[in-house]
Ligand binder design. Structure first.
Ligand code: NAD
Ligand code: IPM
Ligand code: MN
Length: 386
């Protein structure tokens, strides 16, 4: 997953120029959990002397409702050329029922930056948070490769006789050979690089005879290049059942955009809930985007009940991608420790607030041995004008 593309000099971890990261808290609890991710990132930057520059971009529903603007003109090109990463809290506001700003910003970044890999780890850090009976931590350790630029998300379709009794609606899925091959290859490359034994492709090719048949053919062609990795297939309905019955038999999963969305909420439940699930939106070598799997949970906004762990683990995925593996591992270990000790928000049965969890994770990161060499001035935060 590490950057190799020569078009992205800002991604070379040996380059000590600041790695500029756009922090987009978004709406609802997105703001609450991003504040905690910032705390942890700033602490990691100071502790490990990372050249991070976090820039706050307040592109939320309020701003959209006031100005009508979602993504400012040129924002995607700017991210692509001048930024190392983008971090998003969550988008979604009841005052914007058509999700216009969320679609423009969140899906706009996924599609516009061609972030074709949506990597979503499903990892149980502490067995008592798993809703399944008698499961140990090692039983739930799955990595989902969700295709992120095609499928049912392309917004292709239309209405005919809209609003009449004869109304027709078409909503197309698009699957391309190039798009399917590259996500399948990414899953196999990950399996090889991370010592995983199996890649399972999931589709509905028994019903979706064109699009998902392309997935079948591409999967078998690519799998032939990886003889050491077991290639499996499962229809997505059967996979949903197996995730609940036998998660221990699952390893790396690759699937289309919509199925990946659905099975990763199920996966989040296996980990203890949406509050702990993290994700990375990647195109190796290019500016990538990181976000928790959960949404803006409006009912919890500003209440201190939002679990910041999914956001903090997403920031660890970001540091890993930016070449700061030790800092990423330290953050993940701090999270695992806090979960084992029951230092959690109420969704996991604890009594801590969002910011108390962030404080204790930041404190744990600052206590690592590297803290002795903490460099002054690292990890500056700058606030951009709205
Ligand atoms: P949601 O993920 O916001 O919340 C569903 C439920 O999960 C919440 O009511 C809460 O009980 C729990 N939950 C989620 N995150 C939590 C956290 N960090 N801590 C504790 N509990 C948590 O999903 P939803 O209610 O279906 O959607 C709300 C809005 O968010 C909608 O506008 C939706 O479109 C949007 N959404 C955005 C994203 C994103 O920005 N990536 C993802 C999913 C949904
Ligand atoms: C997710 C979300 C998004 C998706 C929505 C908010 C567009 O559910 O990131 O999982 O469907 O991809
Ligand atoms: Mn989702």
């Amino acid at each position: 997953m590490n950057p190799t593309d020569s078009r992205a000099p800002h991604l070379d971890p040996k380059d000590r120029r600041p790695q500029r990261i756009a922090m987009l808290p978004g709406d609802g609890i997105g703001k609450d959990v991003t504040a905690e991710a910032v705390k942890v990132l700033e602490t990691a930057a100071a502790t490990f002397e990372l050249p991070l520059e976090l820039v706050h971009l307040p592109w939320d529903a309020d701003r959209y409702l006031e100005t009508g603007e979602t993504l400012p003109p040129g924002a995607l090109e700017d991210f692509r050329d001048n930024w190392s990463a983008v971090f998003i809290g969550a988008y979604g506001d009841p005052r914007v029922p058509d999700m216009k700003h969320a679609a423009d910003i969140l899906l706009g970044i996924r599609f516009g930056l061609d972030l074709y890999i949506n990597l979503r780890p499903i990892k149980l850090y502490e067995a008592r948070y798993c809703p399944l009976k008698e499961r140990r931590e090692r039983d739930v350790d799955i990595v989902v490769f969700r295709e992120n630029t095609e499928g049912a998300y392309v917004n292709v379709g239309g209405n005919f006789k809209r609003g009449t009794a004869d109304e027709v609606a078409l909503q197309d899925e698009i699957h391309t050979r190039k798009g399917v091959e590259r996500i399948v290859r990414a899953a196999f490359d990950y399996a090889v690089a991370h010592g995983r034994r199996q890649v399972l492709m999931s589709d509905k090719s028994n019903v979706m005879r064109y699009g998902h048949d392309l997935w079948q053919r591409c999967f078998h062609e690519v799998a032939a290049d990886y003889p050491a990795i077991e290639a499996r297939h499962m229809f997505v309905d059967a996979l949903a059942m197996q995730m609940v019955l036998h998660p221990e038999n699952l390893d790396v999963i690759v699937t289309n955009n919509m199925f990946g969305d659905i099975i990763t909420d199920l996966g989040a439940a296996l980990q203890g809930g949406l509050g702990v699930a993290a994700s990375a939106n990647l195109h190796p070598g290019r500016t990538s985007m990181f976000e928790p799997v959960h949404g803006s949970a409006p009912k919890y906004a500003g209440t201190g009940r939002a679990n910041p762990v999914g956001a903090v683990l997403s920031s660890a995925l970001m540091l890993d991608t930016l070449g700061h593996a030790a800092a990423a591992r330290t953050i993940e270990a701090a999270v695992a420790d806090s979960l084992r000790q029951g230092q959690t928000t109420p969704d996991l049965g604890g009594s801590l607030t969002t910011s108390q969890v962030g404080d204790l994770l930041a404190a744990a990161v600052s206590r690592t041995p590297q803290a002795a060499g903490a460099g002054a001035g690292a990890g500056a935060t700058r606030r951009a004008a709205p």
